[in-house]
Design a protein around this ligand. Sequence first.
Ligand code: AHG
Ligand code: MN
Ligand code: MN
Length: 327
Amino acid sequence: MSTTTLSAYLAQNQAANPALTTLLEAIAAVSQDISAAVHKGALGGVLGSAETENVQGETQKKLDIIANDMLLEALARTGVVAGMASEELDDCSPVPGQADKPYLVLFDPLDGSSNIDVNVSIGTIFSVLNNPGTGEITNASFLQNGRKQVAAGYVVYGPQTSLVLTLGQGVCAFTLDREAGQYVMTTESMQVPADTKEFAINMSNQRHWYPPVQQYIAELLAGKTGVREKDFNMRWIASMVADVHRVLTRGGIFMYPKDLRDPNKPGKLRLMYEANPMSFLIEQAGGQSYDAATRIMDIEPTDLHQRCAVMLGSANEVERVARYHAG
Ligand code: AHG
Ligand code: MN
Ligand code: MN
């Protein structure tokens, strides 16, 4: 059993970069507070709707706002963050007087909101960028493609609370030891197998999909008797964090394709604080991540809250469905 704590891991790997260590330690610490709030559930009065709307027109849950406020406060205090952007904020939040600090952080404070009230795994997703250093921090400061990420990760609040992190040299998973109040490394190098028999997609949207996705999923559903000549199994948790955690743990393909419902919404998931950090993790673990025929981290962002299609996970499956799109 490993005894490498997250703090020891950061000290080893980031000795030359104390500012990034400070930032990641702050995320780890605040995620323990979010985890404690999630754990209390109804007893802590954190369930249910806040009856407010975010910039995407989604009704916010109490925990969306609680987690968002906790992250904003904790990161502002680090002294190394110049500004933040979040799913729950219309515009970025520059840290007053800190425009010269080295990092910008984007986050989805609480992912899987529809699962909060039903005691199903939820999470926090984060992406760290360099401050471009152009003076004032504005939304434009954050519009950097996914390849520019310095670090990315998520925390999944499930049967265990786990923090999964990449600094661009592989992917490590840490499990929260509640008694000790620290994260301990439990997987040193997560690897997504190239092949899989498991897929994740919201099948209720089937009638809205474009032909490449229709074809791909029909082939999976045909199983042994179809062109794929093997049976596939389906899982859909509806918390991206939990679905991606399964893919990172045992392989699979996760898809939220763009569909015909609303031409203004090219997919449901958001590029900057959902798709990019997850793509960084998946590629660092040997998997692939595409929007349709384009690798997600190659997309040049134009808006803080822009959406994109997501197809990520086991390389051979993701590359196959990307080929269907390219063709
Ligand atoms: P969020 O709770 O941050 O708005 O994200 C929810 C996302 C994602 O976590 C999940 O994969 C997807 O929405 C679920 O969508 P459906 O409700 O369409 O299944
Ligand atoms: Mn989300
Ligand atoms: Mn969210």
